[in-house]
Design a protein around this ligand. Sequence first.
Ligand SMILES: CC(C)=CCC/C(C)=C/CC/C(C)=C/COP(=O)(O)OP(=O)(O)O
Length: 358
Amino acid sequence: MSQQDERPRVDQADLQWCHESVQGVSRTFALTVDVLDEPMSSYICLGYLVCRIADTVEDASHIPPTDQAELLRTYDAVLDPDDDTGAERFASEVEPHLPAEEEMTDDWAVVRDSPRVLQTFQSLPEDVQHAVVPPARELVQGMAEFVERYDDRGGLRIQTRSELEEYCYYAAGTVGNLITNLVTRHDVAADRRRRLYDTAEEFGLLLQLVNISKDVYDDYTAEDNVYLPAEWLRDAGVPQEEIIEDEHEENAASVVRRTAEFAGSFLDDAQTYLETVPLRDGNTLEAWAIPFLLAVGTLRELLSRPEDALSAKGVKISRQEVLAVVTEMRDGGSRDSLEELRREVAAGPYHASPSNAD
Ligand SMILES: CC(C)=CCC/C(C)=C/CC/C(C)=C/COP(=O)(O)OP(=O)(O)O
């Protein structure tokens, strides 16, 4: 029997459950997985869930940092093809940290059911697993390293711009590489492949930095994390522990703006990626153009009211605009129209242009 035949078949009920799980844990990937075709939709769905399990452990402020790091190290061993640590071992180590049944969230249900995610993942084609595992392990190891770096105080306190970039690389640059490994598994010309790997991490950094800029309040109050670099806050005269105090609003907002501008410096690379990415095996332009354009819109809002990122009010674009962007891309948004769409979204809230039927 060939290796292909020996591989367990994908259980359709498990796969369906993975798709439902993504809808509950990530707005970005819920949309993306929806507008990808098969088989890429399932590859990205599983690749994302494998990473999300680590992300949930890393964000858990109720778990002591030394335990968080140990869990992440165990999870890394589970993913390591040369280590025989099984998913059940991770599940039993994490079990004492799970919320009570009546307080179970979608995120923690995926962690609890990690053996089901991993078993489904391991039934995907070998080349798909090879594309996902190295960047996913890099993400997990990076998260463990950050938790260990700050294990004396609990949450993360990013110190410098280069540490911010390092963190974003682990959290999202690796995901850019994971996606690129998946969409370039077949023949791709060398210069095209190079252009994709030259811009994939930057695409991830753009999305992560937009989230960091807009979620300052929630990251601090719910997860005890401050990603705005202490050195930038110092330049603005804001102690890192006082970022959401009213008296520092204006100065802290200037650091939110600086972080958003840093995010904006990666827009051109992300656009190059979109103009280059191969569209085969179920990959679609809209899957990645939608988060790109939503990031452009969120940056627009952030730069006009950075202070909103410092309160429960938060910064977000309207549901109407999200829908208009999704509809535009779904109804035939092309590589040629990207530049123009990016300009329109940056200029003001995007509303679908009237169709002939209107
Ligand atoms: C090459 C390429 C396409 C690169 C981009 C890589 C990528 C999509 C990275 C993930 C970035 C990110 C912060 C997602 C947020 O999703 P979330 O699930 O953490 O949270 P959400 O619910 O806020 O969306």
